[in-house]
Design a protein around this ligand. Structure first.
Ligand code: SAM
Length: 268
């Protein structure tokens, strides 16, 4: 189909067949998989995925592309902004397309994929976190710099809010480097593919409180935590143990999670 890429929808279409083959290989799709693609675009990933899976759901915001895909017999098309999509509803709707034999499958069965629009990639990741219990895995093309931050370890320049928030919920791996020349039009940045596997039993915590805590901790990353998180903990009359004589970037994810958990317990 003829289509002029729309900048406002972050449209950089994959055209490198070798990279596309490596991505599909990395996803390893199976016939009865419950695949959901965010932003099918012109189908660079959709078409090769459909050679492996019986049916899939796609979420697309661009009306022209939606009209094109609606005619496809294997696709359930959700004509919407992905940030407004309730992924728990997709689960129920998509099951109708499938062989009933998989109705008994365990809850975490959605396989979410996409070459994401980079301008809203972080909000998409946070939106999807709410549906993590339904998700088997996620494979996304993102700006390499964002993936570096997602997988960063403590005491590195990339370690920050994104690393802590996502590493609490997912095991993550950068599995493929993708140069700008693999897209049309080429983006100005380097890209990569990330694999995200939700933990089956993440340590339970109040996510809103955790988000606030991590935000405060990294608000002035060069300063010792006593100037930021220390004050915030005092305001909450926190009576437990937490070393604030260090910088946020030195604190492992598990220590932030433990702090959020003890705050939740103190509150209740
Ligand atoms: N999957 C195609 C590919 O790899 O060539 C297209 C990828 S392109 C980077 C991003 C896709 O996401 C486009 O199809 C775009 O229209 C769609 N998109 C952008 N913003 C969206 C949103 N908020 N909700 C749903 N889809 C969106």
């Amino acid at each position: 189909m003829r289509h002029i890429p729309r900048k406002r929808f972050g449209q950089h279409f994959l055209v490198d067949q070798n990279i596309i083959a490596q991505i599909v290989d990395g996803i390893s799709p199976k016939a009865l998989d419950h695949m959901v693609e965010i932003g099918p675009g012109l189908g660079a990933l959709t078409k090769p995925l459909l050679r492996h899976v019986d049916a899939m759901t796609v979420v697309e915001i661009d009306r022209d592309l939606v009209a094109h895909w609606k005619a496809h017999p294997q696709l359930q098309v959700i004509d919407a902004d992905v940030l407004k999509v309730d992924f728990s509803k997709i689960t129920r709707a998509q099951l109708a397309l499938k062989n009933t034999a998989i109705l008994d499958a365990e809850a975490a069965h959605l396989r979410i994929v996409g070459n994401l629009p980079y301008n809203i990639s972080t909000p998409i990741l946070f939106h999807l976190m709410s549906f993590a219990p339904l998700v088997m895995d996620q494979h996304f093309m993102l700006q390499k710099e964002v993936i570096d931050r997602m997988v960063a370890q403590p005491a590195t320049a990339d370690y920050g809010r994104l690393s802590v928030m996502l590493q609490w919920r997912y095991a993550m791996q950068n599995f493929l480097a993708v140069p700008p020349s693999s897209f049309d039009p080429p983006p100005r940045v380097q890209s990569a593919m990330v694999r995200m596997l939700p933990y089956a039993q993440p340590l339970p915590l109040n996510r809103q409180l955790f988000e606030e805590l991590v935000k405060v901790a990294f608000s002035q990353r060069r300063k010792l935590l006593r100037h930021t998180l220390g004050r915030w903990l005092e305001e909450r009359r926190f009576s437990g143990e937490f070393d604030v004589q260090r910088r946020a970037e030195e604190v492992p994810v598990a220590a932030f999670v433990a702090l959020a958990q003890s705050l939740t317990q103190e509150k209740s």
